[in-house]
Design a protein. Structure first.
Length: 241
């Protein structure tokens, strides 16, 4: 579940009163559409206790008066850097949370990455790692085609890999499941093309900073989670010293 204050915006205050984890993890999760970033974020939240902050989810909750932004999303295009950077800046207090954070789907352009660097430097916060999930395009297409989401609580299911216990209903809140508007074939084509065109400089940027961890995500989600935790384990040991 996403962080309440992150979804609501700058004036909202976090209502999560669960105890802070022993270590605050500050991670960025990157990867193409449908790779499983949201799925892994939910599992990592359970393991690490950090807050899940998804820019895509914030935009899906945007009010209908943000018409230009929502139209770009439905077409499968990126929202402008300006809008994304403003959205993150107005939620900067979430980045200093004692629980840590998992940024999902942000940054997606080099300009966003540089803006995040500057914001974290201002806040005196260091990133621990940038996890990049990878798989072949056919895997992404199959995951996107079978995805069904709950528009009420945001939970994601898959017709084959993670079917809901009651057909068409969310296991968590009981609301109806549907396909995301940007999961139609035309929008998916644009999203994959956009990802390929914008991500390489972002990955180079984090590789250069020594923060990038590459994870093969063409496996069941429990295996992907285990691979991620193994990759992060040396960092966890180092942080315990
Ligand atoms: P966003 O919501 O971030 O979409 P995305 O990056 O395209 O990623 P998805 O949410 O589609 O997939 P996912 O990787 O989270 O996969 P999931 O876990 O659901 O962004 C949407 C839009 O918002 C963008 O197109 C853009 O317009 C805008 N936007 C957002 N951030 C922006 C930014 N920073 N800059 C500009 N614009 C921005 O899994 C997919 C399916 O596969 C599910 O059904 C799941 O159950 C299944 N699954 C997951 N893992 C596995 C597995 N290991 N094995 C089998 N099935 C699996």
């Amino acid at each position: 579940m996403s962080h309440f204050a992150w979804l609501q915006g700058g004036d909202a205050r976090c209502t999560d009163s669960s105890p802070s984890p022993r270590r605050a993890w500050r991670l960025v999760l990157l990867g193409p559409p449908g790779i499983g970033k949201g799925t892994q974020a939910a599992a990592l939240v359970a393991q690490l206790g950090a807050c899940h902050l998804s820019t895509g989810e914030v935009f899906r909750h945007a009010r209908e008066d943000a018409a230009g932004l929502l139209a770009a999303m439905r077409r499968g295009e990126l929202v402008s850097d300006e809008a994304v950077i403003e959205l993150v800046r107005e939620r900067a207090h979430c980045l200093t949370c004692s629980r840590g954070f998992l940024l999902d789907g942000y940054p997606r352009t080099l300009e966003q990455a540089r803006s995040l660097d500057a914001l974290l430097a201002d806040l005196n916060v260091d990133l621990d790692a940038v996890v990049h999930f990878q798989a072949q395009e056919r895997v992404l297409l199959e995951r996107l085609a079978g995805r069904r989401v709950c528009m009420a609580c945001g939970a994601a299911f898959h017709l084959e890999h993670r079917p809901p216990s009651r057909a068409g209903r969310c296991d968590l809140c009981g609301n109806l499941l549907s396909q995301r508007e940007d999961d139609d074939a035309d929008a998916v084509r644009i999203r994959l093309r956009t990802y390929a065109a914008t991500m390489a400089p972002v990955l180079d940027h984090y590789r250069g900073l020594g923060l990038l961890y590459e994870i093969d995500a063409a496996a069941p989600s429990e295996v992907v989670l285990a691979r991620t935790l193994v990759a992060l384990d040396p960092l966890a040991r180092w942080r315990r010293v």
